[in-house]
Design a protein around this ligand. Structure first.
Ligand code: TRP
Length: 330
């Protein structure tokens, strides 16, 4: 029996190079070895986009296209939509008895997000739904009894919450859930074109679906420094080092190889032109796959329906156990 993995993304925008190195590559690599579930977390996305449901709706398809274009294979991976599994919402209600409000208010990820989203939660006036999303995310992970959750470091408090809920549930009602573990990627976070963390909210990202021209424009306008040469030193030269990392992702070359390739080069422009070309060569097959899938609405629909049907089966099995354990199996 293969171990089950669950991971997911909020459908709020297209995926970028940071997502690619931080998680997508790993998912493609792990899809044979594990029984992998990937959730398009539309219900969670609505917790901070409840005023713009059309944004969430349109990004479900974009997210699916990003998955398929990098080689996540729906034959091997269960790709599904959170809202199509109402058992997750049901499980969230039961789990909410096992978590205190203070615990949620202490959650570092939630705290940070409330601070970042001041335009939605004015004066720290957070909604019940958003404050409680760690409970809902615990249900995301536990409804299918996932044992491993590949995530970035910012999500660690979420996995800890899921572990605590699983433990508490098992102690009170009997052994139903595994205690899931985080699976951290080994790549350092990718920085954006301005030296800050690559993120859609900073407008500094290179998207997997950017056109050739967009990539060229973004790279040529990327920040450099006033030193000379193309050398890697994250501390002293973060901007150039970051561009070297992009080159590394695009070509698969080692840093030393890249430094050698550009030894004696004094023009950032020459390096940037080479980088834009390499990135476009790397992105071309991804873009082509994306275009092909985008034209095939029927296939996209089928992928989500089949994946969600599979996830629903797992959910129904788990809920039968949960109801029995909680003595509500009327
Ligand atoms: N909270 C995650 C993020 O913002 C997305 C997510 C939803 C998730 N449900 C999940 C990740 C379950 C891992 C497991 O990126």
């Amino acid at each position: 029996m293969k171990k089950r993995i669950l991971t997911g993304d909020r459908p709020t925008g297209r995926l970028h190079l940071g997502h690619y190195v931080g998680s997508l590559v790993n998912r493609v690599r792990l899809q044979d070895e594990y029984d992998m579930y990937i959730m398009i977390a539309d219900v969670q996305a609505l917790t901070d986009n409840f005023e713009t449901p059309e944004k969430v709706r349109s990004n479900v398809k974009e997210l699916l296209l990003d998955y398929l274009s990098v080689g996540i294979d729906p034959e091997r991976v269960t790709i599904f939509v959170q809202s199509l599994i109402p058992e997750i919402a049901e499980l969230t209600v039961f789990f909410s008895n096992l978590v205190t409000v203070a615990q949620l208010q202490r959650n570092p990820t939630v705290k940070q997000e409330i601070a970042d989203k001041g335009h939605i939660f004015k004066n720290g006036n957070v909604t019940f739904g958003f404050l409680g999303y760690p409970v809902s995310q615990s249900a995301d992970i536990l409804f299918c009894k996932a044992e491993l959750v590949p995530v970035g470091e910012d999500q660690l408090p979420m996995i800890e919450q899921a572990r605590e809920i699983a433990k508490r549930f098992n102690r009170l009602y009997g052994e139903v859930f595994p205690e899931p573990e985080a699976m951290l990627g080994d790549v350092a976070r990718l920085m954006g074109l301005d030296g800050r963390k690559m993120s859609k909210s900073f407008n500094n990202a290179i998207y997997l679906s950017d056109s050739t021209e967009e990539v060229e424009k973004k790279i040529m306008a990327a920040k450099t420094d006033d030193k000379e040469g193309i050398t890697f030193d994250m501390k002293a030269r973060p901007e150039i080092s970051n561009l070297i990392r992009y080159y590394q992702i695009a070509t698969g070359k080692e840093v030393e190889e890249i430094e050698k390739e550009f030894a004696g080069e004094t023009s950032f422009k020459v390096f940037k032109e080479a980088l834009a070309k390499a990135l476009n060569e790397f992105l071309d097959p991804i873009r082509q796959k994306r275009d092909t899938f985008a034209k095939n609405e029927g296939l996209l629909d089928k992928v989500l329906r089949n994946g969600s049907a599979r996830a629903k089966e797992a959910a129904e099995d788990t809920m039968a156990e949960v109801r029995r354990a909680m003595k509500i199996d009327y």
